[in-house]
Write a protein that binds this ligand. Structure first.
Ligand code: ZN
Length: 171
């Protein structure tokens, strides 16, 4: 196989790489931590090809009383600190729920080349569902989007959370 074919093959199978599921498992673990802390259970990890997992975070909006404290925003800050640069050029961001407009915008700002998400978000999804921010050709930077990795489990943790909330008569 020549080099060009090898690159093509890498792209072709990129969306099926087993590390996508393994890293989504780590993001699901973060979502479970959020659930236990009574936060909407969304988890995120960011990986670097040489350094492995450089960020792992979960939604902390309630705990921090910060509307920007989504899992992805916290993970982006952690990753930038780990790499000592805001440019996350070679990284992949894994998140259990399709990013919202704020987070999708931040991922593009950080120059992350690949977003992998679990389940779609019909109410706020800004990667495929309502908007396509990472792939919008009008923006000057773009990011590949791979959705649906461990989607059922990522959706289940959210529906369990909101069912529990309704049962307790809160949200
Ligand atoms: Zn968000």
């Amino acid at each position: 196989m020549n080099a060009k074919d090898a690159i093509f093959e890498g792209k072709l199978f990129g969306s099926m790489r087993p590390d996508h599921e393994r890293n989504m498992e780590l993001a699901l673990r973060e979502a479970a931590t959020a659930f236990a802390a009574d936060e909407v259970p969304v988890g995120c990890v960011i990986t670097h090809p040489d350094m492995g997992v450089i960020a792992a975070a979960h939604n902390q909006r309630e705990q921090l009383q910060d509307p920007t404290a989504h899992a992805e925003m916290i993970a982006l800050t952690q990753a930038a600190a780990a790499l000592k640069t805001w440019r996350l050029d070679d990284c992949t961001l894994y998140v259990t729920l399709e990013p919202c407009p704020m987070c999708a915008g931040a991922v593009v700002q950080a120059r992350v080349p690949v977003i992998v998400y679990g389940c779609p978000d019909p109410k706020a999804g800004a990667c495929d569902t309502l908007y396509q921010i990472p792939t919008d050709p009008r923006l000057n930077h773009r990011c590949q989007v791979i959705g649906g990795v461990l989607a059922d489990r990522c959706a289940a943790v959210l529906s369990d959370f909101f069912r529990e909330k309704r049962r307790l008569g809160k949200k």
